[in-house]
Design a protein around this ligand. Structure first.
Ligand code: HEM
Length: 309
């Protein structure tokens, strides 16, 4: 029988694939810090008793990021984009939301995630990933295909402010009456969704996202609507590679406002471990092996980098 994959193994595979950059994240190494506030709406209260949804502005530390352990990954890369939020409640408790700009993830199990890192690792002979290895990986891991298909048909965003970000996993919202509802959430940009053209992907410089966000916040606050999707009995809760049917009820339950942005070095987001299992009362993880696995991998990566490794 196959041994269960450990978080240690996955972080080690990332270090082998990308090298070690002391003090830096093993994944999502390239990023930009930002700050602002979150206002949660009482419309969420039918589903959750979380103190997030009080209509009161709550301070947010955010980090926009590109995946992988290469600090020089170009901003045009045909990969997902990340947004991590740390929202602080008046009593000091925290809510994390650590999201991607794809509605689904590329692995239903830690084994697929590990095999993807190994398959996409640059070949020492050519400096590029081996297309045959990637082909074999895809054939052996059909759970990787929904995200691959999404990325093939959706170019990366023109800016951090022109992208949606998805919580991807199913979560449980628990209300005052102790009723539990399966939900998913996403943040939809009030600036509108805008993607790079193929031509822009070919000719833009490797670094433009950070500067563009700094310039955008100088013009005024950047906002996203937090949209909740209500699951129905039978909707998958244990598989972040699967979408739910399009006709599920949705409602707006909050607004994220970003008012400042800075390079990550020395800024507030740099040292945070955006562990996705940090959540307020009234929000709980569903039975998703990827979500549960993430917490231990983030602990290893952040433990190393905060210790100077
Ligand atoms: C098996 C699955 C996954 C593993 C092993 C994994 C691993 C990691 C690791 C090690 C980090 C760096 C942590 C740190 O040093 O602070 C990271 C960062 C990140 N991951 Fe994941 N991840 C997984 C799945 C996901 C999923 C499903 C999402 C989105 C729903 C996601 C979004 C992010 C984002 C946005 C960051 C950057 C956080 C920041 O700005 O600090 N990851 N991941």
């Amino acid at each position: 029988a196959e041994q269960a994959v450990t978080a240690e193994q996955v972080v080690t595979a990332m270090e082998r694939a990308f090298g070690v950059h002391p003090g830096e994240r093993r994944n999502h190494i390239k990023g930009t810090c930002a700050a602002g506030e979150f206002v949660g709406l009482p419309s969420a209260r039918d589903y959750t008793r979380s103190p997030l949804f009080s209509s009161k502005p709550l301070p947010v530390v955010a980090r926009f990021s590109l995946p992988g352990g290469n600090p020089k990954i170009p901003d045009t890369a045909r990969t997902p984009r990340g947004l991590a939020l740390q929202i602080r409640l008046p009593d000091g408790s925290l809510q994390h939301m650590t999201m991607l700009n794809t509605p689904v993830f590329g692995a239903a199990t830690p084994q697929t995630f590990l095999n993807a890192i190994v398959a996409k690792q640059p070949d020492p002979a050519t400096g590029k990933p081996d297309p045959d290895k990637i082909k074999r990986f895809r054939a052996n891991h059909p759970d990787s295909l929904p995200q691959t298909d999404f990325l093939a048909s959706h170019n990366p965003p023109v800016s951090w402010s022109n992208s949606s970000y998805f919580g991807i996993h199913a979560f449980k919202f628990i209300n005052d009456a102790h009723q539990s509802t399966l939900v998913r959430w996403r943040f939809v940009p009030q600036d509108g969704e805008k993607r790079l053209s193929d031509d822009e992907i070919d000719r833009l410089p490797p670094d433009f996202l950070e500067q563009k966000l700094i310039e955008r916040v100088r013009l005024g606050p950047v906002r996203w609507d937090m949209i909740l999707t209500i699951g129905q009995p039978g909707d998958p809760e244990d598989n972040p590679t699967l979408s739910w049917p399009e006709d599920r009820e949705t409602l707006k339950i909050g607004t994220l406002t970003i008012t400042s942005a800075t390079p990550q070095k020395g800024a507030a987001c740099e040292k945070i471990n955006f562990d996705p299992l940090v959540m307020t009362d009234g929000i709980a993880p569903a039975n998703d092996p990827i979500l549960l696995f993430r917490s231990s991998a983030y602990a290893i990566s952040s433990g190393k980098r905060l210790g100077g490794d």
